[in-house]
Design a protein around this ligand. Structure first.
Ligand code: NAD
Length: 281
């Protein structure tokens, strides 16, 4: 990548990225490959990771795409075996798969504004809430159980989780996703402590507001005009703009680099144009 945000050398390192078929983690997988890493791109969406791997290989980089379900230990064990054979033991694990689900989202910000026929807090479905908690929390725990074993044996390695702005203060309408990401920030500190004596570091980044597949409908009306929520987000962001996925890459490469960030473990780094720092006044 000619415009890599950080000059770090991942040559020879095996970097496993879950959710690499998506916007953010696809960009991360590219950045690691462009920094010399051998990248294992994992996703439920096999087509997306195979395409990513093909593109990177055609550019002369090392990347293999694997279909994997981060909620299925058997699927992860199978992929782990394949990665060991194709690329080697895991040095860096990025737990990127995650997201919200409409079944765990209310239509209104406030109960007193809930409208007849809309989905209020009282209509949230237990299976939707369960889905979101599982995807974000277990979807981080299970891949860590599988891939961090390589690191424990070698007494070195790094785990990067993806938290969110909603982990600091919950965002309206998305109670389960907010609580699940707060769990990820908390779990990041737990893992950092638990693995501290083994040479493994664990950190997280908390991306600010990006425009992505998951939130496009919340930010823009069907005709492309910004929603009221979009205006509120920008008013609550001191830099008054959305974050570009590319802007997460510097923090990602920095935190996972054993030289640059050797004493950094247990942090959640916001990359948010100031959103988490601003009280609104
Ligand atoms: P995305 O939807 O573009 O990518 C998520 C990827 O995860 C998809 O390719 C999907 O196929 C994959 N996935 C879903 N379930 C899976 C499973 N069970 N097993 C394996 N893969 C699975 O989303 P994104 O915006 O790139 O988000 C990436 C991460 O960043 C997520 O953890 C998300 O919660 C977090 N995040 C996103 C934003 C944002 O504004 N987009 C902000 C903060 C945090």
């Amino acid at each position: 990548m000619s415009n890599l945000p950080l000059n770090v050398d991942y040559n020879g390192k095996v970097v496993v990225v879950t959710g690499a078929g998506g916007v953010i983690c696809g960009a991360m997988a590219r950045a690691f490959a462009h920094s010399g890493a051998k990248v294992a791109a994992l996703d439920l969406n096999e087509e997306a990771v195979k395409k990513l791997a093909d593109e990177l290989k055609a550019e002369g980089y090392i990347c293999e795409g694997y279909k994997a379900n981060v909620l299925d230990a058997e699927s992860l064990e199978k992929v782990h075996k394949a990665v060991l054979g194709d690329l080697g033991e895991c040095d860096v694990l990025v737990n990127g798969a995650g997201g919200n689900n409409p079944r765990a989202t209310t239509d209104n910000e406030y109960q007193h504004e809930a409208k007849e026929g809309g989905k209020s807090f009282f209509d949230l479905q237990a299976d939707g809430v369960d889905f979101v908690f599982k995807l974000n929390f277990q979807g981080t725990l299970l891949p860590t159980q599988v891939f961090a074993k390589d690191m424990v044996e070698r007494k070195s390695g790094c785990i990067l989780n993806i938290s969110s702005m909603n982990a600091y203060t919950p965002l309206t309408k998305i109670p389960a996703y907010s609580a699940a990401k707060a769990g990820i920030s908390n779990f990041t500190q737990w893992l950092a402590t638990h693995f501290a004596g083994t040479g493994i570091r664990c950190n997280a980044i908390a991306p600010g507001f990006l425009i992505s597949n998951q939130n496009r409908a919340l930010l823009f009306n069907e005709d492309g005009t910004p929603t009221a929520r979009s205006a509120k987000i920008l008013n609550g962001t001191p830099m008054h703009r959305y974050v570009d996925a590319e802007e997460l890459l510097g923090a990602t490469l920095f935190l996972c680099d054993e030289k640059s960030a050797s004493a950094i473990t247990g942090v959640v780094l916001p990359v948010d144009c100031g959103f988490a720092a601003y009280s609104g006044v």
